[in-house]
Design a binder for this molecule. Structure first.
Ligand SMILES: Cc1ncc(C[n+]2csc(CCOP(=O)(O)OP(=O)(O)O)c2C)c(N)n1
Length: 619
């Protein structure tokens, strides 16, 4: 057993190179065992075991910096950097984060969870290193999927310009969550399948391997030799042309080759890309067979990879409700087109893509472009529905204002995972969408309390001009029969009549509010429960009535309280010179950690008992 003896990369370096494949095996076993219980990013992690071992074997971390893109694939890195004993707690409340987290370890350079940031971060640190006059290596590791993000392109452009010493490890597995899309991905595949180029690489490797110390003259000769060959055989030489030297493709599961390549690369100046080829899910057959399902796996049975939990009877997720509704609606409206940024499964568009393949677009991990692309579609008369997680839509804030709202274009934003998402933590909670959308002119915002409401809101959105956002959470809702129907524009809905106290809820907090009402009734308080339905425009008539009829108003929303629905209500009362007692329940002005969603909701005072407490003046 090697793994349990590794407390830091120094211990790793004591292991003989010939024994590293055994360590890789142990690591895979540990990851499969823990993730089968906790859930997590299984397939991506199994793909980079050897590569991570090689990186820590060759480089001197934490002085040298490894910057993981997205960082969902950093489990081996965690196991090799002193977190073996806590690994069982990964993604659990108070346990290890499922991503790199700068507060968790000195080996984690950035707290990360969104894609395409690593090259920019590494380049900034390379510039800082040179300003300070220190010597550390900067290594960004990025997947082929994440390379499609605009920020990565912007960084490559600047890295080629600055010519700082840095290494970009490109981990190609032909997958983002689902198969990688786009011209760049095709280009990378062409490199992989070109046998001529592979021979060139072997020759180069031989050549570099024979040089004990690369002096300036020899290095220059090597560079010319390598370039001469590459120019003959590499299709496009995209990276080289922009000033970044390209090395590869290299089998990322061959530890010895990876170690030798990284040792060679370390000696070469300037910005470099080293292209490794890996297999997503490597070493665990169910994950190799279904890398998309095991990208972010739910707890599963190790023997056959089947999910441990079955969907409850009569329930489906909000995502499932969206999936069902958009298909029905698109059947009757040929103008509807659907767009995703690399998440056809997570956003429920997979079925739509099969039925309407010509009206479905996966733009890759490229949220800004996705919104700009929708603007073009809308300008030319189509109705784009872009399904996107709340946290990733943050990327496209300016495009929403400039390309959509300013043009008063019609687009429907189906904002999934709005609210607390749970185990993925602060990079993935969708708590800011209300705040970053509410002030944009021409924007309508709705939140359904159930799947059926979501379906009605989607149909209502078809009649509304301009941009319409429908935000819904992770989680289950009652299954429903699709029915044609709409809701009244700008109107809230009274769910339970009452007196003295009014509870106004946003989205699925309605269920907690109704439960709170039941608890309050036992204490002799008759609360009224109102589903806001619209965050923008506000139902001003309803708000005026509440100010007149109720002593106290509680507002409950799964969103950061600063700037969201509750703030809008207070602004309205201020404008009208009305001053009822209002209590806002939402998430606080700090980042929310990872853990079970229900637990985190409780921590943020958002469950039924908390609403009851707020009504009774205890919160
Ligand atoms: C801005 C942004 N959009 C979407 C995601 C969701 N996401 C997480 S990992 C991933 C795929 C990454 O693919 P790749 O970089 O190739 O890494 P792999 O998992 O294949 O190793 C996606 C789309 C994200 N983390 N950040």
């Amino acid at each position: 057993m090697y793994l349990e003896k590794i407390n830091s990369p120094r211990d790793l370096k004591k292991i003989a190179q010939k024994d590293l494949p055994s360590l890789a095996k142990e690591i895979r076993q540990k990851i499969v065992q823990v993730i089968s219980r906790n859930g997590g990013h299984l397939a991506s992690n199994l793909g980079v075991v050897e590569l991570t071992i090689a990186l820590h074997y060759v480089f001197d971390t934490p002085t040298d910096k490894i910057i993981w893109d997205v960082s969902h694939q950093a489990y081996t890195h965690k196991l090799l950097t002193g977190r073996y004993k806590k690994f069982d707690t990964i993604r659990q409340y108070n346990g290890l984060s499922g991503f790199t987290n700068k507060d968790e370890s000195i080996y984690d350079v950035m707290t990360c969870g969104h894609s395409s940031t690593s090259i920019s971060n590494a380049l900034g640190m390379a510039v800082a290193r040179d300003l300070k006059g220190t010597q550390e290596q900067l290594i960004a590791i990025i997947g082929d999927g994440s390379l499609s993000g605009g920020m990565a392109f912007e960084a490559l452009n600047y890295a080629g310009h600055l010519q700082k010493d840095m290494i970009i490890i490109l981990n190609s597995n032909e997958m983002a969550i689902s198969p990688s899309v786009g011209a760049l991905s095709k280009y990378l595949n062409r490199i992989l399948t070109n046998p001529l180029f592979d021979r060139t690489r072997e020759e180069l490797k031989e050549f570099l391997g024979k040089i004990p110390m690369v002096g300036p003259k020899v290095a220059e000769a090597a560079r010319r030799f390598e370039e001469g060959l590459k120019n003959l055989v590499v299709p496009g030489i995209f990276f080289e042309e922009i000033g970044i030297r390209y090395f590869g493709p290299i089998d990322g599961h061959d530890i010895n080759l990876a170690i030798r390549t990284l040792k060679d690369i370390k000696r070469i100046k300037g910005p470099k890309i080293v292209h490794f080829i890996t297999c997503k899910g490597k070493g665990y057959l169910p994950a190799e067979a279904e890398p998309a399902r095991f990208h972010s796996a739910k707890p599963f049975h190790i023997k056959d990879g089947t999910d441990k939990s079955k969907p409850k009877k009569g329930e489906l997720t909000f995502t499932g409700a969206f999936s069902k509704a958009i298909i029905e609606i698109a059947r009757h409206n040929s103008k509807i087109v659907a767009v995703t940024a690399a998440m056809p499964d997570g956003t429920g568009l997979r079925k739509f893509s099969s039925e309407f393949s010509d009206r479905f677009f996966d733009v890759g991990i490229a949220e800004q472009h996705g919104i700009g692309f929708c603007a073009g579609l809308a300008r030319a008369g189509f109705i784009p529905i872009i399904a996107i997680y709340s946290t990733f839509l943050q990327r496209a804030y300016d495009q929403l204002i400039h390309d959509i709202a300013l043009q008063n274009l019609k687009i429907i934003l189906a904002i999934d995972r709005a609210g607390i998402t749970g185990e993925d933590g602060p990079t993935h909670h969708g708590l800011y969408d209300l705040a970053y959308l509410r002030h944009i002119p021409n924007m309508v915002i709705m939140a359904p309390r159930s799947g059926e409401e979501l379906s009605l809101m989607l149909q209502t959105a078809l009649d509304i001009p301009g941009a319409i956002a429908i935000r819904y959470p992770k989680g289950e809702t009652k299954d429903f029969e699709f029915k044609k129907g709409k809701i009244e524009f700008g109107c809230s809905q009274v769910l339970e009549k009452g007196k003295e106290v009014a509870i106004v809820c946003v989205g699925d907090r309605a269920s907690a509010a109704i439960e709170a009402r039941r608890m309050l009734k036992e204490k002799g308080v008759e609360a009224e429960v109102i589903d806001a339905r619209f965050i923008k425009p506000l139902d001003e008539k309803m708000l005026e009535r509440l100010a007149k009829e109720f002593k106290k108003i509680i507002i409950v929303e799964e969103a950061c309280v600063r700037g969201s629905f509750g703030s809008a209500v207070l602004e309205f009362y201020e404008r009208k010179n009305l001053h009822p007692e209002v209590k806002l329940l939402g998430t606080p002005d700090k980042f929310i950690t990872h853990g079970d969603r229900e637990l985190l909701l409780k921590m943020c005072n958002l469950d039924a008992a908390d609403i009851t407490g707020a009504v009774l003046g205890k919160i």
